[in-house]
Ligand binder design. Structure first.
Ligand code: GAR
Length: 191
């Protein structure tokens, strides 16, 4: 069974979908730790409600990325984590974590990569006027949303679409795609 940590910065609806899938037995993994870089984030309450330990930090309390990732690495090792799942973690992963967990870090991104990487992928898609966008699950490397693609699903952009309505549709797809893809990955790759 995979021992995973989930990294998140915000509301944590994807975190919740993963917790629910583990509880339902459709995602065969143990969620050992939530790592969160925003002390006020709602995802922390979700973890507490689910009885999942948290490591919450402020980047500005550390000298640099190497310093806070060193502390994260220590926390991951103490919790026995062997796989990292990014779910709305709004920071690039640095070399400290990539050296230890390279090939064992995945992310979910709200577009069909390689289109619309980086911040505000939903706004970028609306601005570009595309009629189809979607969701990508991918491995994490040193780039911004550049790692190997594992799975994708499409979302249609309809007439009169707003940022809120498109985000709702994308998140609905994410909450199904992420647990399903992770479970398949864990079963087929021996992670
Ligand atoms: C998700 O839609 C995720 O795809 C996106 O942040 C949202 C977090 O929502 N991630 C990125 O944009 C990463 N570049 P959540 O906190 O409700 O799971």
């Amino acid at each position: 069974m995979r021992q995973i940590a989930i990294f998140a910065s915000g509301s944590g609806s994807n975190f919740q979908a993963l917790v629910d899938a583990v509880q339902a037995g459709t995602l065969k993994a143990n969620i050992k730790l939530l790592v969160c870089d925003q002390p006020g984030a709602f995802v922390i309450h979700r973890a507490q409600s689910a009885g999942i330990p948290t490591f919450v930090f402020r980047a500005k309390d550390y000298e640099n990325k190497e310093a806070f990732e060193g502390e994260i690495k220590h926390q991951l090792e103490a919790a026995g984590v062997d796989f990292i799942v990014l779910a709305g973690y709004m920071r690039l992963i640095g070399h400290t974590l990539l050296e230890s967990y390279g090939g064992r870090i995945v992310n979910i991104h709200p577009s069909l990569l390689p289109s619309f990487p980086g911040k505000d992928a939903i706004g970028q898609a609306l601005e570009a006027g595309v009629k189809i966008t979607g969701v990508t699950v991918h491995y994490v490397d040193a780039g911004m949303d550049t790692g190997e693609i594992i799975a994708q699903d499409i979302v249609r952009v309809t007439t009169g679409e707003t940022r809120e309505s498109l985000q709702d549709k994308i998140q609905h797809v994410e909450h199904h795609l992420y647990p399903t893809t992770l479970n398949h990955l864990f079963l087929t790759t021996g992670y």
